[in-house]
Design a protein around this ligand. Structure first.
Ligand code: GLP
Length: 241
C-alpha cells in the first residue's frame, strides 16, 4: 500500500489525474473503474484538461462506474449517470458503447448485476479502479457489515450515507435508500486501486482503512490486502495517521 500525502484538494486532484492519464498513455485500451461523489470532481476536471491539451485519448478506453442509486433514471440530475456525463464524458472522446454504469431502473436488479459482472469479465477486468471513501469507511456503496465476497448487487444505504448524500437533494424524502453497487470482490479484482480522500471528516475512515483491523465494519480496510493500492490523501484526511 502506498500513501501519498498532499497539501490540499487541488493537489490531490492533479496527482490523481496524472496517475489515470499515465495509465491511459501506457495502455490506450485501459479499462477504468470510476467513482462519483464530490471527491473525484477535481480529478475529472484535470483529466478533461489533459485530454484537451492533446496528451490523452479515450477512443479505446472503456469505463465501469462503481454504483448507481436505485430508482433514479438517467435524466435525474442526482443520478450518477447524469453526474458522469455532465462532469466528464461529454468533454472527452469516449464512445457511448464504452461507458458502463449500473442501471438503477433495471426491473431485475439481480440480472442487471450478473450482466454487469459479465461485461467486466468480458473486457478482461478493470486495470485501474478509482475510489472515494464514505465517512463510515464505505467504498462504492459497500456499507459497514457488507460481505467481502459480494459481487455487484443491490445494497441498502446506511443512515449516515443517506444523511451525507442529502446535501445533493432538494429534500430528505428524495434521497434514495437503496443502490446498485460493485461488490468488494469486484473492487478487489481490479489490478490497481487508487483511493482519494480530502477533508477532516474523512480522517477516521482513512485511519481505519490503513491501520485498522481488516473488518467488514470498515469496508475500506479490506484494501490492506490488495497488492497494488495507492491512497492520495490531503493533510486534513491524513490528520490521524
Ligand atoms: C457516495 C459514493 C461513493 C463515494 C462517497 C463519498 O456514497 N457512492 O463512491 O466515495 O459517496 O462521497 P464524497 O466524495 O462526496 O465525500
Amino acid at each position: 500500500m502506498r500513501i501519498i500525502c498532499v497539501d490540499d484538494y487541488d493537489e490531490m486532484s492533479k496527482k490523481a489525474a496524472n496517475i489515470v492519464a499515465s495509465q491511459i498513455i501506457l495502455k490506450p485500451d485501459s479499462i477504468l473503474g470510476l467513482a462519483t461523489g464530490a471527491t473525484p470532481l477535481g480529478m475529472y476536471k484535470y483529466l478533461v484538461k489533459t485530454y484537451k491539451d492533446g496528451h490523452i485519448d479515450f477512443e479505446q478506453v472503456k469505463t465501469f462506474n462503481l454504483d448507481e442509486y436505485y430508482g433514479l433514471d438517467k435524466e435525474n440530475k442526482q443520478s450518477y449517470y447524469y453526474y458522469m456525463h455532465e462532469n466528464f464524458f461529454k468533454f472527452i472522446n469516449i464512445s457511448k458503447e464504452s461507458v458502463n454504469i449500473p442501471n438503477g431502473m433495471a426491473k431485475d436488479i439481480y440480472q442487471e448485476s450478473l450482466e454487469y459482472e459479465r461485461k467486466i469479465r468480458q473486457c478482461g477486468g478493470i486495470d485501474l479502479q478509482v475510489l472515494g471513501i464514505g465517512r463510515n469507511g464505505h467504498i462504492g456503496f459497500n456499507e459497514p457489515d457488507i460481505k467481502f465476497e459480494a459481487l455487484t448487487h443491490m445494497v441498502n444505504l446506511d443512515e449516515q450515507t443517506i444523511n451525507d448524500n442529502s446535501r445533493f437533494f432538494d429534500s430528505m424524502e428524495d434521497v434514495p435508500t437503496k443502490a446498485i453497487s460493485m461488490g468488494i470482490k469486484t473492487i478487489m479484482h481490479a489490478r490497481k486501486i487508487l483511493l482519494l480522500a480530502s477533508g477532516k471528516e474523512k480522517a477516521d475512515a482513512i485511519y481505519g482503512a490503513i491501520y485498522g483491523k481488516i473488518t467488514p465494519k470498515l469496508p475500506a480496510s479490506v484494501l490492506q490486502l490488495h497488492p497494488d493500492v495507492m491512497f492520495i490523501v490531503d493533510k486534513e484526511a491524513a490528520s490521524k495517521l
